[in-house]
Design a protein around this ligand. Structure first.
Ligand SMILES: [Zn+2]
Length: 113
């Protein structure tokens, strides 16, 4: 058994409207349920989650260049270390994909032996 919040009369648990005063009983309960269902799922929360995931993906992609930056840098360093000629293609790769200034310096150095 429950009691009406307005008039205080006893009524059955399934009652939607108070039999004596007619005020609806389910209003409060429904509102609470809606809030609970909404928990963390309002528009702002969804947008925040989407942007967080996008941020993770975008930053994850930033790690990908390491896959070619490191090999190019290591091979150029090794060639210079052993006084081997650094191919123009490799220099252009370094300029385009690793570092603009480093690539330009390498290309300027091309005539030296
Ligand atoms: Zn009532």
């Amino acid at each position: 058994m429950k009691f009406c919040s307005k008039c205080g009369k006893e009524m059955v648990d399934e009652a939607v409207v108070c039999p004596s005063c007619g005020c609806s009983v389910e209003n409060e309960k429904t509102a609470t349920n809606e809030n609970a269902a909404n928990g963390g799922n309002d528009g702002l929360a969804v947008a925040a989650k989407v942007f967080l995931i996008l941020g993770c993906v975008a930053q994850g992609w930033l790690l990908l260049p390491l896959a070619w930056c490191l090999p190019i840098t290591i091979s150029i360093c090794n060639k210079m270390k052993y006084n081997q000629p650094v191919g123009t293609g490799l220099k252009v790769c370094a300029l385009l994909f690793v570092n603009l200034i480093g690539g330009i310096l390498l290309l300027c150095r091309s005539d030296e032996k």
